[in-house]
Design a protein around this ligand. Sequence first.
Ligand code: NAP
Length: 276
Amino acid sequence: MRTVSLPSGEQVPCLGQGTWMMGERKDQRDEEIAALRTGIDLGMTLIDTAEMYGDGASERLIGEAIAGRRDEVFLVSKAYPQNASLTRLPRSCEASLERLGTDRLDLYLLHWRGNVPLAETVEAMRALQRAGKIRHWGVSNLDTDDMEELVEAGGSACVTDQILYNLARRGPEHDLLPWLEDHGMTAMVYSPVEQGRLIGNRKLTALAADLGVTPAQLALAWTLRQPGLIAIPKASTVEHVRENRAAADITLDEATLAQLDAAFAAPRERRPLEML
Ligand code: NAP
């Protein structure tokens, strides 16, 4: 699996696993755990979750899936904005650790910006790092101006901004992705297949058929065309996980990229960062 370098030099896979909506249905639990374990076996060892997902159910599911193999995994979780304060973040983190059955997170993110001042969140993240509860910290859904503010608030050690970016949502190409690259921060791309909606797209389906790949693979290979990006598709079946893993080995040629540009044009003007 191709890797992406975090600012510290640590390598993480360019393709990880999302888990929103997983762990919520008893009848799908075994399949979801099998899917996550297959992903780990195939090198998709970065697993993304959040305290919000299923009110902790996603974290519990992951805890079960990684039991006995914690050290193989790069675990990412996220805190609600209202919990990103000096007093509340330690409690949120502790609860996530307990549900995940681990003593540390590899990466802890502010899920989106709320009312807690960014400087306070930075301080709270640093305190968790000093306590050994988290190894790295970052943010999610912060646009370029928020990122500028974050750095001014002392947050230059942020390792990633987890953002919505896919063929149908190319706004970040205008200034956010270049800003992250300039500041040595990794972009972690969520909803890379637009929660499944891209898969039925007629133009994408036709192009994928010409290339002999699936639409999901083409959409994923496109997000991974740019070195330094991490994509975290969610797949709750073993079959989807295997299909997605193979996308990390697909290199798109210039002609295909041009066809995708024609079918899914990037906006000409700057657009505010979208979120799901
Ligand atoms: P996504 O990964 O773009 O799409 C997930 C959907 O696509 C699921 O319905 C899945 O079906 C389907 N799918 C995946 N691979 C497929 C394949 N090979 N063939 C056919 N269908 C396939 O959307 P997402 O879940 O919103 O985003 C991914 C992850 O990013 C989330 O799970 C979460 O961890 C994170 N996220 C973060 C934020 C944030 O605010 N920071 C927001 C949204 C998402 P099955 O489940 O049936 O496999």
